[in-house]
Design a protein around this ligand. Structure first.
Ligand SMILES: Nc1ncnc2c1ncn2[C@@H]1O[C@H](COP(=O)(O)OP(=O)(O)OP(=O)(O)O)[C@@H](O)[C@H]1O
Ligand SMILES: [Mg+2]
Length: 253
């Protein structure tokens, strides 16, 4: 059988990686007298590994993370208010399996977004789908969707992933429309036990101000906190420390 025909059939079956490598694979197998079963196994394994790594890349792209950082780059000594043990528990991603939420609260620069990205990366590596969105982008997307008559579409988009990450809640106030859409997303995810990860610079008591509506804030918090882990991150800004080390910011006394 001609190799060209083999390549065509492999491609038709979606075995593109094997189709690309087939000449070398056949040559190695005949040269080394590889048993049929081992040859088939090698091809299958290569194809499966390639598919897994492509799927991982796709999940990373779809998650729209603002940067790629892992937990190994997080300095726990600088951040003693965070229990490494609790962080490790979140990294197991059991919270996603159980449909629980993770809330990271604290002032600017203490590592909330870094941790949320590290948690998301771990989830993506474990095979979960994730979607990261900053609160101000959420608000803008709501306005755009409203203009285009596509509110249901954004609600669906934010309800679908295994893990939804909403970053920087509290820096910008939500208008009535975006607060309402957020409530619907949280409510839908609560019903189907889809995990949410939220970072905020505001304590729960101040969430009424974010949404301009105490009753709505209570309803949102009620659902979020029913099954949730909260990290109260404290301390100085890591950004400022970096600047002080570089001599471009005054040392705080
Ligand atoms: N403990 C830490 N170890 C290593 N890097 C850190 C740590 N804390 C923060 N950083 C780094 O400092 C920068 C600021 O952190 P991050 O963006 O996570 O802060 P944040 O809490 O989300 O702040 P903001 O509320 O302003 O968004 C990032 O580059 C992050 O990687
Ligand atoms: Mg942040």
């Amino acid at each position: 059988m001609s190799t060209q025909l083999l390549i065509e059939r492999l491609s038709q079956m979606g075995w593109h990686h094997t189709a690309d490598q087939i000449d070398g694979l056949l040559e190695d197998a005949s040269k080394d007298n590889v048993p049929y079963s081992e040859f088939l196994n090698t091809i299958l394994l290569n194809e499966m590994e390639k598919r897994d790594s492509l799927a991982l890349e796709k999940r990373i792209l779809k998650a729209k993370l603002p940067f790629q950082k892992t937990i190994h780059e997080f300095d726990f000594e600088f951040q003693p208010s965070i229990s490494e043990k609790r962080v490790k528990e979140v990294l197991t991603c059991r919270f996603i399996e159980n449909g629980e939420n993770v809330l990271l609260l604290g002032p600017p620069g203490v590592g909330k977004t870094h941790l949320s990205v590290a948690f998301s990366m771990e989830a993506i590596i474990k095979g979960y789908s994730a979607l990261f969105i900053r609160a101000d982008d959420f608000i803008n997307e709501c306005k755009k969707a409203d203009k285009a008559g596509l509110i249901n579409r954004v609600i669906k988009r934010w309800s679908r992933p295994d893990l939804l990450i909403l970053d920087e809640l509290g820096y910008f106030p939500f208008d009535e429309l975006s607060a309402n859409i957020l409530f619907q997303v949280i409510s839908k995810r609560y019903d189907k036990r889809g995990a949410i990860l939220i970072t905020s610079n505001k304590s729960f008591l101040d969430w009424g101000k974010i949404f301009g509506d105490e009753v709505l804030a209570t309803a949102i918090l009620d659902r979020l906190l029913h099954h949730a882990t909260t990290f109260n991150v404290k301390g100085d800004s890591y950004r400022l420390r970096e600047k002080q080390k570089a001599g471009i910011a005054p040392v705080q006394i």
